[in-house]
Design a protein around this ligand. Structure first.
Ligand SMILES: NC(=O)c1ccc[n+]([C@@H]2O[C@H](COP(=O)([O-])OP(=O)(O)OC[C@H]3O[C@@H](n4cnc5c(N)ncnc54)[C@H](O)[C@@H]3O)[C@@H](O)[C@H]2O)c1
Length: 351
């Protein structure tokens, strides 16, 4: 196969981002689109010069020129088209959050394995930045010693989708459609990269607190039923731990930071810097990359990486099996926030 034919399911905002990436690639070509709102699919096809607007999901999946699909629907509509596409023999790249809960995630992973198709996720997007890749290489090679802790903090000032931005996509603030707020929406990226840097351990306990009430409330009749802010602490079966602070809205700036602690060296992101103890007990700092950490230019984004991996018959670098662990952490975090108690998770289940 010289070129991968792709079908796009859901033609809203993020579908356009994938289509822009594909338009710059000779390896992948969008050949068909489908949306439950047909005018959106028609408009998207016109804007991007796409040859086919499918009338139904089945119509799109029956096409022989569709080798793979990108699922770009809201979270409540990720599982059904993903399962149908896998059963139709297509490879799938699914938008984040991969699943609303671990049961959904498990069903999707099992469907991929049963059909021997690749299933990749956009929630692993933070792995493709140059800073994350260098940090992962150092952590996994042992250059940092034993990596025992990762902390990640992200504070948007006013970035609640459905209220402060993307006002047409009000599903973001509806728990029944989105699964949650800042934690599941953007925390997925950070939890994925934190677990990746820790060596993809099993998470064994999770403590979480959430908060809502920052900024102007949603205009009635809209009601926000999800959190603005979450803090999560987790521990893992390899003795490591992580702390996440994640906010859609806050009165904070300049405090976004990711750090990695190893027994031999630590890392601070943005820009990626290695820190060790000098002979006089003072820290020695070594800046590792000159470019901003999130510069993806020599790697391509998740879309292109997915296309290349499928063409090479290789597992994409953002596999769904890893997203299953992220879904377990988020599910446990929301249960912890509801009760105020830490949630203990079983330390093995065939991961
Ligand atoms: N907007 C962003 O910046 C952004 C960034 C990264 C990821 N995402 C993720 O991408 C997904 C989509 O987000 P969006 O911002 O594009 O939403 P959106 O509301 O702009 O678009 C979603 C589209 O999916 C269609 N749709 C709904 N159910 C469908 C179904 N069953 N079959 C086919 N089409 C269906 C809707 O009609 C709509 O056109 C979400 O999971 C979101 O978290 C969004």
């Amino acid at each position: 196969m010289a070129q991968l034919g792709l079908g796009i399911i859901g033609t809203g905002r993020i579908a356009r981002s994938h289509l822009r990436s594909l338009a710059q690639s000779t390896e992948g070509k969008a050949v068909a689109v489908f949306d439950v709102i047909p005018e959106r699919a028609t408009q998207t096809a016109a804007d991007f010069g796409l040859p086919y607007v499918a009338r139904t999901l089945e119509d799109l999946l029956e096409r022989r020129d569709v080798d793979a699909v990108i699922v770009c629907t809201p979270p409540t509509a990720h599982m059904a088209p993903t399962l149908t596409a896998l059963d139709a023999g297509k490879h799938v790249l699914c938008e984040k959050p991969f699943a609303l809960d671990p049961t959904e995630a498990e069903r999707m992973v099992q469907a991929a394995e049963r059909n021997q198709r690749y299933l990749a996720v956009c929630s692993a997007r933070d792995r493709v930045g140059v800073g994350a890749r260098v940090a992962h290489q150092l952590a996994s090679s042992g250059a940092l010693g034993k990596v025992y802790h990762v902390r990640s903090s992200t504070f948007r000032v006013r970035g609640r989708p459905g209220i402060d931005m993307f006002q047409d996509a009000t599903w973001f603030i509806d728990k029944s459609k989105a699964g949650g707020g800042a934690l599941i929406d953007i925390g997925v990226y950070r939890i994925d990269v934190m677990l990746w840097l820790l060596g993809n351990p099993r998470v064994t306990s999770v403590l979480c607190s959430t908060f809502q009430g920052i900024g102007k409330p949603a205009e009635p009749p809209l009601v926000q039923t999800v959190e603005d802010h979450a803090v999560v602490m987790f521990t893992c079966d390899n003795g490591s731990s992580g702390v996440l602070e994640i906010s859609w809205a806050s009165n904070m700036n300049g405090a976004n930071q990711t750090i990695v602690l190893g027994t031999e060296a630590g890392l601070r992101f943005d820009p990626l810097t290695k820190i060790t103890a000098g002979p006089n007990r003072l820290p020695i700092e070594e800046r590792l990359i000159a470019r901003p950490d999130n510069d993806h230019s020599d790697f391509g984004d998740v879309t292109i990486q997915f296309v290349r991996a499928i063409l090479a018959d290789q597992q994409p670098q953002t596999p769904a099996r890893d997203a299953l662990e992220v879904a377990r952490v988020i599910d446990a975090a929301y249960r912890s926030a509801a009760t105020g108690q830490a949630v203990t998770l079983p330390s093995s289940s065939g991961h």
